[in-house]
Design a protein around this ligand. Structure first.
Ligand code: TXE
Length: 495
């Protein structure tokens, strides 16, 4: 194990081991081998990190800094991330098996979150109210919440951390970040960058360990004011309930079962690419996967033929290679979950048009690969159409007309995203209005930006990330009243 790298956690400006000294292994999903040892933090470490974040919020340099100074630090951080983007992307690929082509691009994009929210830090203005009480002056202040606990998943650790940390820090909070136990290394490397650009100790703490141990301990900790979570729906509900017990602020970005809807008036070549990018990009391990492909009956067979022909050209293999198009599944439990859904779909009577099992190809080595899979003959009541698989598994569902497309599209508990492929402007506007989803893409798919609000309708989440309003998720409003009256009136009645 000599080439195995050992990491430490960042608490209160110090690099530390877990209090019990325990570690756990992080696996490279392409080689199937352990490549890093990560501190296995527990309740005590959660307590240390929250105490450090609380101290940094209340005393020291951070609360003394102006919003402009905070913004400046965030922009410096953006510059440093841009410099280190390639190295950080490689760590992500080693840890989660996503393509270097995608992670390289993602990491070069991450600085934009720090530039954008850094710029916003000193533009959050309170108001003077033309208050209806004589001889009173009233104004509002927008203040940070305090200690923010940010919990991230394994599919895009640093991008999703930026969605949380950039607005939380711009607003003046302090943070404890807990990455997924499957992909902790990149967040620990990231912690060093905050230190390097001069964030005061304790403003950003990164702790690692299992979700049910240190994750749960953080969400239960009374010193945490806000939880921001991205992950699976079951864990999300548990986190919400834990937060509710102490009336903490909670925002959640959970899963989806997004419809990607293809009308017969679409540009077929582009729609085929859109369907592919909706489900096979990132090996389908994205919350916005267009995992239900709704195709209008009149073009169903022709469209599926073209889709399958294109999907068959996808190059699988080493995610570190720039020309690989479909990489391994990130975690062993996720691999097993995907395979179990392939069996569920077959038992339900879905027809395998392509793939349908493990990928056993020389270029896949010992990695955890699943064949890109297309099921046809799916009806929307099947489990394969209702439940999130989080893998390269597409369910094709035919529809007759707009009304039926909308009905099927909305008939799931989720509402994270939806795609529409049409050349009709009327149809594009109508569908965008009536689809119950937080993001709707017309003639494009999987586009995200620091400027565009992102989040779920229905059981896909609570709150919004990105865009100017996201900073409000990390602030609270205070009403300040001042009287300049010379006399205090009857004290027994309300003013
Ligand atoms: O997620 P978890 P898992 C979906 C996807 C996948 C499923 C399960 O369908 O198959 O979720 O994946 C932390 N208290 N998504 O098990 O458990 C955990 O350590 C506090 C969608 O990996 O939700 C990790 O940091 N925290 C998703 C984070 O929660 C806890 C991306 C997410 O893990 C905790 C990933 C607890 N009790 C999976 N238990 C998306 N929306 O993109 C776990 N955690």
């Amino acid at each position: 194990m000599s080439d195995v790298k050992t990491y430490k956690m960042m608490i209160g400006g110090e690099w530390v081991d877990a209090s019990g000294g325990d570690t756990f292994e992080s696996m490279n999903p392409f080689t199937g081998k352990t490549w890093a040892l990560i501190p296995k933090g527990g309740k005590e470490d959660a307590g240390r990190a929250v105490a450090a974040a609380r101290k940094a919020f209340e005393t020291g340099e951070w609360p003394k800094m102006t919003a402009t100074q905070r913004g400046h630090l965030l922009r410096k951080l953006g510059d440093l991330i841009a410099e280190k983007a390639d190295a950080l992307a490689q760590t992500e690929v080693r840890d989660n098996g996503k393509l270097i082509a995608e992670m390289g691009m993602q990491l070069k994009y991450v600085p934009q979150w720090y530039y954008y929210f850094g710029g916003l830090a000193d533009k959050i203005e309170g108001a003077v109210t033309p208050i209806d009480k004589a001889e009173h002056f009233h104004y509002t202040r927008h203040e940070p919440l305090g200690v923010v606990c940010a919990i991230t998943p394994w599919n895009s650790p640093l991008l999703l951390a930026a969605w949380k940390l950039a607005p939380a820090l711009a607003a003046g909070n302090t943070v404890v970040l807990k990455p997924s136990e499957f992909t902790s290394a990149s967040s620990l490397e990231y912690a060093a960058l905050f230190e390097e650009v001069g964030f005061p100790p304790g403003v950003v703490n990164v702790v690692t360990g299992y979700g049910h141990e240190i994750g749960a301990a953080l969400t239960e900790h009374p010193g945490v004011d806000k939880i921001t979570f991205t992950g699976g729906p079951e864990t999300g509900k548990r986190v919400y309930a834990t937060g509710a017990a102490q009336l903490k602020r909670v925002s959640l970005e959970l899963g989806g079962k997004s419809p990607n809807i293809v009308f017969d008036d679409c540009d077929m070549e582009n729609a085929v690419k859109g369907a592919i990018s909706g489900i096979f990009a990132a090996t389908g391990q994205t919350c916005i996967a267009g995992s239900r492909l709704l195709v209008q009956q009149s073009i169903h067979d022709e469209f599926v033929d073209k889709l399958v022909a294109f999907a068959k050209t996808a190059k699988m293999g080493d995610p570190m290679s720039m020309d690989t198009q479909v990489g391994p599944v990130t975690t062993v439990p996720q691999y097993e979950k995907i395979l179990s859904y392939l069996d569920i779909a077959k038992d339900e009577g879905a027809e395998v048009r392509m793939g349908g099992g493990k990928a056993v190809r020389p270029e896949c080595g010992d990695g955890y690969f699943v064949e890109p899979t297309v099921f046809t003959g799916v009806n929307n009541r099947m489990r394969i159409a209702q439940e999130e698989v989080f893998g390269p598994v597409l369910s094709v569902i035919p529809f007759k007309d707009e009304e039926e497309a909308l009905h099927i599209g909305n008939d799931v508990v989720y509402g994270l995203a939806a795609g529409v492929w049409t050349q009709s402007m009327r149809r594009a506007f109508t569908m965008s209005e009536k689809l119950r989803a937080g993001s709707v893409w017309v003639n494009t798919y999987r586009a995200v930006s620091y400027m565009a609000p992102f989040g779920g309708f229905k059981q896909s989440g609570v709150g919004r990330e990105n865009g100017q309003d996201a900073i409000r998720e990390y602030m609270q409003t205070k009403s300040v009243w001042m009287s300049y009256a010379t006399e205090t009136p009857n004290p027994f009645v309300m003013r």
